[in-house]
Design a protein around this ligand. Structure first.
Ligand code: ADP
Ligand code: MG
Length: 447
C-alpha cells in the first residue's frame, strides 16, 4: 500500500510539473521528469522514444542517465522499426516489452538480441505510448547489468506515466509549431500588405515624376547658357531624380521590378565590391572578408545582389559610430538545417548559398527586429530612409531566398541572406542557355 501511495504521488507530481510549466513543456522539463522516474525506480536510465509519423523509425527523443552511468542515448538514437518487429509486436499485443536478459530472447528476436548486445543494454522494461489504437512511441527504464528484475508495479507505473508523457509531448509540439506558424504568417501577411500599398503608391508616384522630369528637361533646353534660372531648374531636376530613385527602391520591395538573372559566383561579386565598400565603411571600422574557398554559383540579378550587400554593410557601419569590425562571409547551407529560422521562410529541401554581414554595433532587441523590414521604418530620424532592409527583403523574396537576423542589444548583429545554390553541373547548362539567347539569330534588324 505504501508503494502504491508513493507511485500515485509521483504520478501526480509529474502531471503537475507538466501542467505548470510555462510557457509550455520543453525538452528540459521532460528530461527532468524522467530523472524523477528513474530515481524512484532506482534505475540508472529512463527514456522516451517517439515514432516518426509514418511509424517507420523510433527515435530516442528524451532520456536521463545517472551521473557516471553509461547512457543509451548514442547507441539507440534511432531505430528503423522494421528491424525490431518482435519488439513492436510485444508493444502492440502485450502492452509491454520486458527483457531481463537479452541473451535469453527467443530465436525470432535475433535482431533485438543483436541490438541489445551492441547497445550494451542490461535489462529493459518499456510500455507503449498510445495515440488511440496506434503506438506512438514508448517510455522505458533500463539497467546496465542483465538480470535486474522489474515488478508488475513498475510496469503499471510506467503505463500511467506513458499517457501523461504522451499528452505533454504532443501538447509541447503543437504549441511550438503553432507559435512558429503564427509568427511566420503574421510577418508575411504584414509584408504582403505593406508591399501592395507601397508598390501601388510608388507606381502612381513614378508616373507623376515622368512629366516633372520631362518638362524640366524641356525648359532647361530652351534657356540660354547664362540664364540664372537654369540653376533653379537644375535643382528641381535633381530633386525629381532623387524621388525617382526612391520609388525604384520601393518598387524593388514590392517585387515590381524586372530581374535580369545570370549565373555568377557570389564570391567574385563580393570581391568586386570591395573597392567600392572600403570608402563607404570609412577609416574607423575594420573590414574583414572571409569568402568560401569553393565557387558559389547562384542564378540572380547581380545588380540587385550588390544592392543587398551594400545595404547590409551600410547598416552595419551606421550601427558602429565609434568604430569596430564588419565581417562579410560566404558559404553554403543545406535548407533542411533546422537552425535556419528566417524572416521569409524558404523551401527547406534546397541547398543555399549564404552571405553573412556581421557587425559589433548597437544591436537590436526582438521588438525592434519585428519592424526593421517595413518600408520607412527607421530609428535614424532624418538620416534614415527606412528603405534599406525592405529592399533587401523584396529582392530576396523575388529570388526565392530568405534572410535571417541574429542580434543582441549592445552585442552586434549578423544578417545572413540565403539564395538557392546552382549546382556545379548546372552552371555549364545555364551559361550555354545564356549564350543561346544572346544570339537569337535574326537578320541584323535592330530594336
Ligand atoms: P535605415 O538604415 O534607413 O534606417 P533600414 O531599412 O536599412 O533603414 O534599417 C531599418 C532599421 O533597422 C534601422 O533604422 C536600424 O534601427 C535597424 N538596423 C538595421 N541594420 C542594423 C544593424 N546592423 N545593427 C543595428 N540596427 C540595425
Ligand atoms: Mg539602411
Amino acid at each position: 500500500l505504501e508503494h502504491r501511495v508513493a507511485m500515485e504521488n509521483l504520478t501526480a507530481s509529474i502531471s503537475r510539473t507538466f501542467l505548470n510549466s510555462k510557457p509550455a513543456v520543453n525538452d528540459a522539463t521532460v528530461n527532468e521528469a524522467l530523472s524523477t522516474v528513474a530515481s524512484f525506480l532506482k534505475v540508472p536510465t529512463a527514456f522516451v522514444s517517439e515514432y516518426s509519423s509514418d511509424a517507420s523509425t523510433a527515435r530516442l527523443t528524451h532520456s536521463w542517465t545517472a551521473a557516471g552511468e553509461r547512457s543509451i542515448a548514442n547507441s539507440a538514437a534511432e531505430l528503423p522499426i522494421r528491424t525490431v518487429a518482435w519488439w513492436q509486436l510485444q508493444l502492440v499485443h502485450n502492452n509491454l516489452i520486458y527483457i531481463p536478459d537479452g541473451s535469453q530472447l527467443p530465436p525470432e528476436a535475433h535482431q533485438e538480441r543483436e541490438f541489445i548486445r551492441s547497445a550494451q543494454v542490461g535489462s529493459i522494461l518499456a510500455v507503449p505510448m498510445r495515440e488511440g489504437e496506434r503506438v506512438a512511441g514508448f517510455i522505458g527504464i533500463e539497467a546496465n547489468a542483465p538480470g535486474r528484475t522489474f515488478l508488475v508495479e513498475d510496469a503499471s507505473l510506467l503505463r500511467m506515466l506513458a499517457s501523461i508523457f504522451r499528452t505533454a509531448l504532443s501538447h509541447a509540439r503543437s504549441e511550438s509549431d503553432k507559435a512558429v506558424l503564427r509568427e511566420q504568417l503574421a510577418q508575411s501577411q504584414k509584408m504582403e500588405a505593406v508591399g501592395k500599398l507601397s508598390g501601388g503608391i510608388a507606381h502612381d508616384f513614378n508616373n507623376m515624376l515622368l512629366p516633372i522630369i520631362g518638362y524640366t528637361d524641356m525648359l532647361l533646353e530652351t534657356l540660354d547658357d547664362d540664364d540664372e534660372r537654369a540653376n533653379d531648374l537644375g535643382e528641381i531636376r535633381k530633386a525629381a531624380g532623387r524621388a525617382a530613385s526612391l520609388t525604384r527602391q520601393l518598387l524593388a520591395f514590392s517585387r515590381k521590378q524586372v530581374l535580369s538573372k545570370d549565373v555568377f559566383n557570389i564570391n567574385d561579386c563580393i570581391t568586386n565590391m570591395e573597392a567600392m565598400l572600403r570608402p563607404i565603411i570609412g577609416e574607423d571600422i575594420d573590414f574583414d572578408m572571409s569568402l568560401a574557398s569553393e565557387s558559389l554559383s547562384v542564378l540572380a540579378d547581380i545588380g540587385q545582389i550588390e544592392q543587398v550587400v551594400l545595404n547590409l554593410v551600410v547598416n552595419a557601419r551606421d550601427a558602429m559610430p565609434v568604430g569596430g569590425r564588419i565581417k562579410v562571409e560566404t558559404g553554403t547551407r543545406v535548407g533542411s538545417d533546422q537552425a535556419i529560422r528566417l524572416i521569409k521562410d524558404i523551401e527547406r529541401r534546397e541547398n543555399y548559398v549564404f552571405v553573412r554581414v556581421t557587425d559589433e554595433g548597437c544591436g537590436m532587441d526582438t521588438e525592434l527586429v519585428a519592424h526593421i523590414f517595413e518600408p520607412f521604418f527607421t530609428t535614424k530620424g532624418l538620416d534614415g530612409t527606412g528603405l534599406g532592409l525592405s529592399v533587401v527583403y523584396g529582392i530576396l523574396e523575388q529570388h526565392g531566398g530568405g534572410v535571417q537576423v541574429e542580434s543582441e542589444p549592445d552585442q552586434g548583429t549578423a544578417f545572413t541572406v540565403f539564395l538557392p545554390a546552382v549546382a556545379a553541373r548546372d552552371v555549364e547548362a545555364h551559361e550555354k542557355a545564356a549564350r543561346d539567347t544572346d544570339s537569337p539569330g535574326g537578320n541584323g534588324e535592330h530594336i
